[in-house]
Design a protein around this ligand. Structure first.
Ligand code: MG
Length: 495
């Protein structure tokens, strides 16, 4: 770590001042640093160093994404990814802020020194990293950005900061936020982590989840999903995902609002945030001609959240857009939990000893009907945390299988390392029990659960992976939106 070189290089990225001449203060919130893109150069430069220091402390690669998610196009931000692919430890948010706002060279040095204190390490709970190895590898940072106009310059500043302090930087270019989380997750576990590896993993998981369906009734079971890409980075990544799924896939993804890079289009009355909050169809013509029978999904500007919807008929006119029936994060969590519960019943009684603990993690914003459905109808545990993935994800990790979603569509399903290993053992036992005979229902259920662990992004919520898992479950259950909606009726609520 070359702190002196970094401090000297920081002079080229001065902290901007507000109109009254005072330095702007930057805060690391739930989504990282986020504000107008034009004032962020010093922050991302210094975050390059934070990511490098975190890598040096943990002995493993970390990540940073230049994105402002669902915010307007003029905004930008930077989010740091811890070495296990998850969120930066909450305690390090303070280090990031102190380094970002340090007003002098001495203050910057002191903030860096404090972050390197062993008591401040907050290493991940998982057992993989050889942290504090006798000869630790040089710090390594994976970098990605979304499609915003300020993205390339800010990514260059981030790279300059990490390089100045002595880190190796792998610039992944344009990526969704969850993709970059997966890259770091995979690097931590010594798995292949190229983009093609990731999409191949998702496609394999999806294909194996629907194997039984696809084998017999390909044509009847085929479905077309209309995807609102928010004119963001999700649009850029839908193409490689479709390639990985293959031309004969039972699922057709029909992209709308895919013109990323077109000025003033990103998140502008399109995307998951707009659809979920306004409960109306994406605007500006992308959904003209889409009927009320079409299954639609909206992702946000960095493709880490999704909500499903369909148009409700008879309410469209020139001054108001179509209203929609929404299938939000609560409904997605309930669907995923339902399938896990279905599969576990088919695995019973002896596949897992002791039985797996399956739980759904929600926030206080969750609809009460979804909580009652998970607890009373499915018979699963429900946990409640504060809003924010940094609280939901660790709570989900306390279960063998933890499903978490915020109502706004951030979420995923987490299978513990121990569960993954038990699942492999159970499949091996079930396969050897049946010898050359026909595959048992127990074995098929175990294999479908294994496939789900591949189709889902294990690091963080991922809209593209979420679409595959939802579609695989609906196909496997033979459900459409009617049956999905009938799981429970939302109780009246206000945002
Ligand atoms: Mg987002």
């Amino acid at each position: 770590m070359d702190v002196d070189a970094f401090v000297a290089a920081s002079d080229a990225y001065p902290i901007p001042t507000s109109p009254d001449g005072a330095p702007i203060h930057f805060s690391y919130g739930t989504a990282g640093f986020r504000t107008i893109g034009d004032v962020l150069a010093s922050t991302v430069f210094r975050c390059g160093a934070v990511a490098a220091i975190r890598s040096s402390v943990t002995g493993r690669a970390t990540g940073m994404v230049v994105t402002a998610s669902h915010n307007p196009e003029r905004d930008n931000g930077v989010k740091l990814v811890d070495c296990d692919g998850g969120m930066l430890p909450v305690a390090w948010e303070r280090h990031a802020e102190e380094i970002a706002n340090a007003p002098t060279h001495d203050a910057l040095r002191a903030a860096i020194e404090l972050a390197q204190t062993p008591a401040e390490a907050h290493l991940p709970q998982h057992g993989h990293p050889p942290a504090h190895a006798p000869t630790p590898p040089p710090p390594h940072v994976f970098l990605a950005r979304d499609t915003r106009p300020t993205g390339p310059a800010l990514a260059a500043a981030a790279k300059a900061g990490a390089t100045a302090i002595g880190a190796q930087v792998t610039d992944c270019g344009l990526m969704t936020t969850p993709q970059l989380h997966y890259v770091v997750y995979a690097s931590y576990r010594n798995l292949p982590c190229d983009e093609s590896d990731y999409f191949a993993r998702l496609a394999r998981g999806f294909g194996n989840m629907v194997q039984g369906v696809a084998g017999g009734t390909t044509h009847d079971a085929a479905s077309t999903i209309v995807v609102d890409c928010a004119n963001g980075v999700g649009a850029a990544k839908l193409a490689p995902l479709r390639t990985a799924l293959g031309a004969d896939c039972v699922l057709t993804l029909d992209p709308r609002n895919y013109k990323y890079g077109r000025p003033e289009s990103l998140n502008n009355e399109v995307g998951a945030d707009f659809v979920q909050k306004e409960k109306t169809c994406p605007m500006h013509g992308g959904f003209d001609g889409v009927g009320a029978d079409a299954r639609c999904v909206s992702v946000d500007g960095d493709a880490d959240r999704l909500v499903y919807f369909r148009k409700t008929t008879g309410e469209s006119n020139e001054s108001s857009n179509d209203s929609v029936e929404l299938f939000d994060g609560d409904k997605i969590a309930a669907l995923m939990a339902t399938r896990v519960a279905d599969l576990l019943k088919r695995c019973a009684p002896n596949a897992f000893e002791p039985p797996l603990r399956v739980g759904v993690v929600q926030t206080a914003y969750a609809n009460g009907a979804s909580t009652a459905y998970v607890r009373d109808t499915l018979g699963l545990e429900v946990a409640c945390t504060a809003t924010g993935v940094k609280f939901l994800h660790p709570e989900a990790e306390k279960f063998d299988v933890g499903v978490y979603f915020e109502a706004n569509g951030h979420g995923t399903a987490v299978f513990s390392d121990q569960t993954l290993s038990h699942l492999d053992d159970a499949i091996a036992r079930a396969s050897s029990d049946e010898g050359d005979g026909e595959e048992s229902d127990q074995c098929a259920a175990l294999k479908e659960m294994k496939a789900m662990t591949e189709a889902i992004n294990p690091a963080v919520g991922d809209a593209l992976s979420g679409i595959l898992v939802v579609e695989a479950i609906l196909l496997a259950k033979g459900w459409g939106l009617d049956e999905w909606g009938d799981m429970y009726a939302d109780l009246p609520s206000k945002q």
